[in-house]
Ligand binder design. Structure first.
Ligand code: AP5
Ligand code: MG
Length: 213
């Protein structure tokens, strides 16, 4: 089963991926995390990637497409979180035969509040919200015990830019995947439990359909 999670910044792509990974053992492939790893390791491409992320712009395809393809390798049970983010990127993975595209639909004002209160662990893998999804011990990651931090691109100015990029580059993918009948829309403005219940239902139905084939 191959799933794409599509949605604006802060719509819950990472949160839902973590939940699906735990319950259904999906591999979580996050384009943002792959890119941040390069930045953290200060690799040659990491230094270039950093400038794009910090400006809220899309990292050029020559870097991101390759990193995602290496991460996918020959896997066949995964979630692509934040990839593709443009029609051009979608064309690069047409041969993968994606089974389901989940669009996380949530208004901008809600998402801005979520990002302002987001905290992530030092590894960047686990995300929290100070009010809606707090860690058990304040300031500490439940999963790996590292100190929680704010992402450098979660400033009001960069969030605004990320939204502009989403509208211009990523939103056209909604029609693109509607045409291939892969798109299912989730009301992602609800509470985390309610959103996940919707996602779980849609994913379970899709898995059943695939098994019957
Ligand atoms: P990326 O890391 O993917 O950032 P993003 O798309 O802006 O999305 P976020 O990670 O900010 O949000 P999310 O949807 O994962 O929400 P989360 O679950 O954390 O990409 C970063 C950058 O990398 C890009 O700007 C770009 O530069 C580059 N990049 C990435 N992919 C690329 C690509 N394909 N091509 C080129 N460049 C690329 O939730 C947010 C908060 O809300 C958390 O605090 C969470 O706890 C909380 N929350 C979640 N769900 C709920 C809920 N239902 N109710 C209340 N709170 C909730
Ligand atoms: Mg994320």
């Amino acid at each position: 089963m191959k799933i794409i999670l599509l949605g604006p910044p802060g719509s819950g792509k990472g949160t839902i991926s973590e939940q699906l990974e735990t319950e259904f053992k999906f591999q979580h492939i996050s384009a943002g995390e792959l890119l941040r790893e390069e930045v953290a390791h200060k690799t040659t491409i990491g230094k270039v990637i950093k400038t794009y992320i910090e400006a809220g712009n899309l990292v050029p395809d020559e870097f991101v497409v390759q990193l995602v393809k290496i991460a996918i390798n020959k896997k066949d049970h995964y979630i692509l979180d934040g990839f593709p983010r443009s029609i051009e990127q979608a064309k690069h993975i047409e041969d993968l035969h994606i089974n389901l595209v989940l669009l996380l639909d949530v208004p901008e004002n809600i998402v801005i509040e979520r990002l302002a209160n987001r905290r992530v662990c030092q590894t960047g893998v686990h995300g929290y919200h100070l009010k809606y999804l707090p860690p058990k011990k304040p300031g500490i990651c439940d999963a790996d015990g590292t100190t929680l931090i704010q992402r450098p691109d979660d400033t009001p100015q960069i969030i605004k830019k990320r939204f502009q990029v989403y509208h211009k580059e990523t939103q056209p993918l909604i029609d693109y995947y509607k045409k291939s009948h892969l798109l299912q829309t989730i009301n992602a403005a609800d509470t985390p439990d309610t959103v996940y219940a919707q996602v779980k239902k849609v994913v379970t139905e899709a898995m059943t359909r695939i098994e019957k084939r």
